[in-house]
Design a protein around this ligand. Structure first.
Ligand code: PLP
Length: 406
């Protein structure tokens, strides 16, 4: 494997620190990813010498910031293969994007008796906004189940879709189990019933090239902080034909065309959905993180991450008493598991003392935990700056945890 992981690690200042006197091992990448120096420097520079509100003033700084902001929109458009940059809306994150559609789509197209479909393995952010919509409109939420491996039961999908179904929302990759869902197949099936599909890409865009046109999703969302960019920034992609027909989510700022006390008219896309002063420095930071990933290239990145995935799986199998949750054939390097009767929280605390950052708990997927009849798991989520040596140290840490608690 010729992936230049040591060079890449040098790009991420946080990774070289010690925690509790030990070299940090950061295996909590599904929660949030670390930032390369280029992102940090770009945002620092903007804060130092570039800051000015966009789309508002004629001054030099504002003009420059506006150009950079709109150039960032083009970077995102190209990154996910959208048709045009009007289809790219900047939000606060994947959650913000889903809430935008749940509200706006709900206002325009959902009424009493209608149905929305989500899957059993969704993150709460792709459940709760739809539940809130259903409550508001008197609609109901249908759930596509998963099987014991954490794979979606596609065979059951046709029986869930009917003429009351208004939208289907599904993640491309599960954050708690790593399952890669066959979203193209789901979209094709949903479209054959004229049902639009929102794809939650919060755990997919950082691992594999996304092409929203090829996928043919109607909406696609992701967060900046999970793709080596800043927090508080996210993307909502929507086909222009849908976004044009949806009312704005929030009012004020750039989303207006003309305001009077009698009536307000709204701006064109994409500004109609960007109310208030946007997180323009975050947007430019996100574009920088995308350029960073593009420079590595998804082919090499994916091959290395799959190597780490396979290596981790084999290594973890050597830990006695381990039970995996989420054993799908197609998955990213996210591992959820329990060891004997050891509480995940206890394991997490010991691992932390060894400098190993993992996540414990439900991972914002309580229905997944309910499916398996457990209260939570230990989750290790890896990405391209992790190494084989870190996996070895992780396994040693787990063996120590076992020794302490059994
Ligand atoms: N969807 C999935 C699959 C996620 O993993 C997450 C976060 O973990 C979200 C949505 C929500 O992302 P954010 O909190 O960045 O809005």
């Amino acid at each position: 494997m010729s992936f230049p992981v040591q060079d890449i690690r040098r790009d991420f200042p946080l990774l070289s620190q010690k925690v509790h006197g030990k070299d940090l091992i950061y295996f909590d990448n599904a929660a949030t990813t670390q930032k390369p120096e280029v992102v940090i420097n770009r945002m620092n520079d903007l804060l130092r010498v570039g800051n000015s509100s966009i789309h508002r003033s004629v001054n030099y700084l504002s003009d420059q910031m506006t150009r950079d902001y709109e150039a960032a929109r083009d970077v995102v458009k190209n990154f996910i293969g959208a048709e045009n940059s009007k289809e790219i809306i900047f939000t606060s994150g994947a959650t913000g994007s889903i809430n935008t559609i749940a509200f706006s789509f709900g206002e325009a197209f959902v009424s009493s008796g209608d149905e929305i479909i989500v899957s059993e393995l969704e993150h709460h952010s792709n459940i709760v906004p739809w539940q809130m919509l259903c409550e508001r409109k008197g609609a109901s939420l249908k759930v596509l189940p998963m099987d014991e491996n954490g794979e979606l039961r596609l065979d059951l999908l046709p029986s869930l879709i009917n003429d009351k179904t208004r939208l289907l929302s599904v993640s491309q990759v599960s954050n708690s189990m790593g399952t890669i869902n066959p979203v193209e197949e789901i979209i094709e099936l949903a479209h054959s019933y004229d049902v639009p599909v929102l794809v939650d890409g919060a755990q997919s865009v950082q691992h594999s090239a996304v092409d929203v046109k090829k996928m043919d999703c109607d909406f696609f969302v992701f967060s900046g902080h999970k793709i080596y960019g800043p927090t508080g920034i996210g993307v909502l992609y929507g086909k222009e034909k849908w976004l044009d027909r949806l009312p704005p989510y929030q009012g004020g700022g750039d989303m207006i065309d003309r305001v009077s006390f009698e009536k307000t008219t709204f701006n064109e896309l994409p500004f109609k959905f960007e109310a208030g002063t946007t997180n323009y420095i975050g947007v430019i930071g996100l574009a920088e993180s995308i350029k960073y990933i593009n420079n590595i290239g998804f082919e090499a990145l994916k091959e290395y991450e799959f190597f780490l995935r396979d290596y981790t799986l084999e290594a973890l199998k050597s830990v006695p008493g381990i039970t995996f949750y989420g054993t799908a054939k197609e998955k990213v390097a996210i591992f959820s598991f329990l060891m004997n009767q050891i509480h995940p929280y206890d394991a997490g605390l010991v691992l932390d003392k060894l400098g190993i950052a993992i996540r414990t708990g439900t991972h914002c997927t309580m229905p997944v935990m309910e499916h398996f009849g457990i209260e939570g798991t230990i989750r290790a989520s890896l990405c391209f700056y992790n190494t084989k040596e870190e996996i070895d140290r992780f396994v040693e840490g787990l063996l120590l945890v076992q020794e302490m608690f059994t």
